[in-house]
Write a protein that binds this ligand. Structure first.
Ligand code: GDP
Length: 337
């Protein structure tokens, strides 16, 4: 039976990955923090349905000593390093914590792996935020990085650390450059879930208003369940390599709102301009979307669009869910809630 260790197992991607690895008959180990065990109702909610089949280890990616113990005890065949401070807005507010957690975290994990279990195959979750102020469109594995946020900078550094362990120490270490991937398990601080949860609530109660920042940003949004399958495929290859994982379609935040409103039974139109623009539901003539200038980013990433043809060619990976399917899946789940 193969063994996998997942850091960040309680997050959106960790939970989908753990489910898929259990289905593939893996023994699945996860690293969890003390705060998680102290608040299991909230923090273990994404893995509660499979918790009895998992082996959870107390520890953090900041603790090198603890990681040494875990790699020595478990000696996993595969390690998926997903743990990170991944909320971009917070990375601007508290960049030092984001740098500490994300950069030290990958270095600690890889160093412990190298010392105690050098045959473990390692996956690092890179991000399209590494492309930031994009140098070309669509972005591929060859596109130059130009991160625009502390979070993006930490992901570029993690990517380089991973590549260095591959080249310098012959570790099977690779990075996925993952474009935005969402699901009904997405955190409420990300724009997709913020939109679907608020519009579902407004549609059910007739109350509230959804406040948003930049509506013109374009993202390549895919389904997290598809993306974790690409992680696994990357670690089954004969050679470690880095891959862009994306749908190849880009949509604006505005289009996401319009589609989500439609799925929630509203007929949205826009009125006004700039920060005074708002979204109105024609069926009730109620204002449901408002612009809040505080929600704009200090430096924005305007357009992300990935070209995943290398993943398609070499991994046989392609998304099963595209934009409309994703929006409807998320809205329906939030309407049920
Ligand atoms: P990101 O691509 O990792 O930053 O994912 P997010 O879901 O946090 O943001 C996606 C895009 O939505 C960014 O360009 C944001 O500027 C834009 N956006 C507009 N309004 C909001 C908002 O209220 N919250 C968030 N999180 N993003 C917003």
């Amino acid at each position: 039976m193969k063994k996998a260790l997942i850091t960040g197992i309680t997050g959106q991607d960790g939970s989908y990955l753990a489910e898929q690895l259990l289905d593939r008959d893996y023994e699945v180990h996860g690293l969890v923090r003390r705060v998680t065990l102290e608040d299991p109702t909230h923090r273990l909610r994404r893995i509660r349905h499979i918790q009895k089949d998992l082996r959870l280890h107390l520890g953090t990616i900041e603790s090198y000593a603890r990681l040494l113990d875990i790699f020595e005890d478990v000696k996993p065949d595969e390690c998926y390093h997903l743990a990170a401070q991944s909320f971009l807005h917070e990375s601007f507010e508290d960049s030092h914590t984001t740098f500490d957690t994300n950069i030290t975290g990958v270095l600690n994990t890889l160093t412990a792996l190298k010392r105690k279990s050098p045959d473990t195959r390692f996956f690092f979750a890179g991000s399209s935020e590494m492309f930031g102020k994009v140098e070309e469109t669509p972005q591929t594995e060859e596109t130059k990085f130009h991160p625009r946020s502390p979070y993006g900078i930490t992901k570029v550094t993690g990517f380089e650390i991973t590549r260095n362990f591959r080249e310098a120490y012959n570790i099977f270490a690779c990075s996925g450059i993952f474009f935005n991937h969402e699901s009904p398990r997405r955190g409420y601080e990300f724009v997709t879930r913020k939109i679907t949860s608020n519009l579902a609530k407004i549609s059910c109660t007739g109350e509230g208003v959804l406040k948003l920042g930049n509506l013109e940003a374009q993202r390549d949004w895919g389904f997290a369940g598809d993306y974790v399958d690409a992680m696994w495929k990357m670690l089954q290859r004969s050679e470690p390599e880095d891959y862009v994982v994306a749908t190849g379609e880009s949509h604006t935040v505005r289009e996401f709102v319009e589609s989500a409103a439609r799925h929630a039974g509203m007929d949205l139109y826009w009125d006004g301009e700039g920060i005074n623009e708002c979204g109105i539901d024609r069926t009730t003539e109620r204002k449901v979307v408002e612009i809040d200038p505080k929600l704009f980013r200090p430096s924005e990433v305007n357009l992300l669009l990935g070209n995943a043809s290398k993943a398609r060619r070499e991994l046989g990976w392609k998304p099963r869910v595209y934009f409309d399917g994703l929006v409807s899946m998320m809205v329906e789940s939030d309407l049920r809630k």
